[in-house]
Design a protein around this ligand. Structure first.
Ligand SMILES: [Zn+2]
Length: 285
């Protein structure tokens, strides 16, 4: 959706205002947030998930990032309501502090069609006086209702769903792997397992196994799961089968080491993979 050229322009402060729009389908705010996380990350090639910025971001506590939205809740049901000036006044407060951990400050406002006339004027005025190193991102599902001066001032990007396809594919992968993890038995042949998952990238398979194990442990202590809610019943069942929960920590370590090895060699090694599956099965012994 955003190519390298645009990222460069953002970095060089040539693009300071972006409007994501699409009238055909609802824009997934999470995918916009991912772009923001990428821009904020202090390692530049991809989201590192290790730097201070990524950590603060993951904890919803990033000092250089502000969200203003039109959402409100009544009886747990989500509504959109006009964004009043009162909410926008947070912008000034936010900018009073200098950047804390990222090079840029980013403000995300959605949905732009819910900015009322006063708020529009406030925002326009704000844009004219704003500092550099600030990126404002607006999101709208209804571009006709967005004030003309905003359209004029913002760099417009048509939101595309291409990420969505990938996500569905990834979800299919995950389902395939988990179903196998649930079914596989000690002494079973790995051939069938391998056949079913042979087109899935190895790092995805291993990460799913790790997350699955994490859920089994998590369930043991909390009676809940955090990664694969959909499989809670299975995870609960497997979790009960395990007598010594601490053995899973060891197994996770072993699998993590294997993952490192595989990442280094970048080649699919069937032996490594069998070892990983054997380790996975070992917890049910
Ligand atoms: Zn990072």
């Amino acid at each position: 959706m955003i190519n390298k050229k645009i990222f460069k322009l953002i970095k060089k402060n040539k693009i300071n205002n972006i409007l994501f729009y699409n009238n055909k389908y609802l824009i997934n705010i999470n995918s916009i947030k991912k772009i923001i996380k990428y821009i904020l990350c202090t390692k530049k090639k991809k989201i590192c998930n290790k730097c201070l910025s990524c950590n603060l971001y993951n904890n919803n506590n990033h000092p250089d990032f502000l969200i203003i939205n039109s959402l409100y809740y009544k009886n747990n049901i989500e509504f959109n309501k006009n964004i009043k000036i009162k909410k926008l006044k947070l912008l000034n407060k936010f900018l009073n502090f200098s950047n804390i951990c990222s090079k840029k400050k980013i403000i995300l406002i959605y949905y732009a069609e819910y900015l009322n006339k006063n708020s529009f004027n406030y925002l326009i005025n704000f844009l004219e006086n704003k500092k550099r190193n600030l990126l404002i991102i607006l999101v709208t599902n209804n571009i006709q209702n967005v004030n003309f001066s905003i359209l004029f001032k913002f760099f417009k990007i048509l939101y595309k769903k291409n990420n969505f396809k990938k996500k569905i594919l990834k979800n299919n992968y995950i389902n395939k792997i988990i179903l196998q993890l649930i079914k596989i038995k000690i002494n079973s042949s790995f051939k069938k397992f391998l056949n079913i998952i042979k087109n899935i990238p190895l790092n995805i398979i291993i990460n799913v196994i790790l997350k699955f194990l994490e859920d089994i442990i998590f369930f043991k202590f909390t009676k809940n799961v955090k990664n694969f809610l959909y499989y809670k019943i299975h995870i609960s069942f497997l979790s009960k089968k395990i007598k010594n929960i601490y053995i899973i920590y060891n197994i996770i370590n072993i699998i993590n080491n294997k993952l490192d090895l595989i990442n280094k060699k970048k080649k699919f090694n069937i032996l490594y993979f069998k070892e990983i599956l054997l380790n996975y099965l070992y917890i049910y012994k």
